[in-house]
Design a protein around this ligand. Structure first.
Ligand SMILES: [Zn+2]
Length: 227
């Protein structure tokens, strides 16, 4: 279903369409089709009706706090999509691949001792902890608390979601570099890659106040490379 859906779409999607596609694919991830007649129902098994569906969609039901931080950040769209998938533990981590019987074990390719899920990749892996330490930042207790991380005094908290995504993006890239490119990134290399990406993203802050705040963050991150 995943591939057939992609095959019907044009290659170039707008940002909005890309976000909607991620949501749809995320919903379809665990769907298996069969030849039985379609059964339409709402959440919790309630029978479907237009009235019930409208009521559900227009009510103040569960709000995902990650959404505002991720989608309003200045990270490129592919990184925002990555962040969304990470927060919902939908990335192809070893734990998820093992759950789908794609890999024979769920262990982290970096430390090789623990299950590699979203939390491990971003925070718990000893390698990730070294990167957080080099950054001079307290690692968050969970993925969903990353937006509440205490940031250095004098730096604008409004820039933090973009910085946080740069960190998470490069922590994930370490694993991909190792598995797919046979490159071993030290924590120092990852830190420099974070600075390199964020330096480019600073240009995405268009108003002068935000740009200066982002530049202050860039200077802080760069200073951590020289310790
Ligand atoms: Zn690990």
């Amino acid at each position: 279903m995943h591939n057939s859906l992609l095959a019907t779409l044009r290659n170039r999607l707008t940002n909005v369409a890309s976000v909607e596609l991620v949501s749809v694919l995320s919903l379809l991830q665990n769907v298996a089709t069969n030849n039985a007649p379609d059964d339409r129902f709402l959440t919790h098994g309630s029978s479907f009706s237009s009235r019930k569906a409208y009521s559900l969609l227009s009510s103040d039901h569960e709000i995902d706090l990650n959404a505002g931080y991720i989608w309003s950040s200045k990270a490129p769209i592919k990184v925002r999509i990555f962040g969304w998938l990470l927060c919902h533990d939908r990335l192809s981590t070893m734990a998820n691949l093992h759950h789908k019987t794609i890999t024979s074990h769920p262990n982290c390719p970096r430390c090789t001792t623990s299950h590699e899920d979203a939390l491990h990749v971003s925070i718990l892996c000893p390698y990730a902890l070294q990167v957080w330490a080099l950054l001079g930042l307290q690692p968050p207790h969970s993925i969903h608390r990353i937006w509440d991380t205490t940031t250095p005094v004098g730096l604008d908290i409004n820039i933090w979601p973009t910085v946080g995504l740069a960190i998470l993006w490069k922590l994930w890239d370490f694993k991909n570099a190792l598995v797919f490119r046979n490159e071993l990134h030290t924590p120092q290399i990852t830190l420099r890659n974070i600075v390199s990406d964020f330096t480019l993203w600073v240009l995405r802050f268009k108003d002068s106040v935000s740009w200066e705040a982002a530049m202050s963050w860039r200077l802080y991150l760069a200073s951590r490379c020289n310790l």
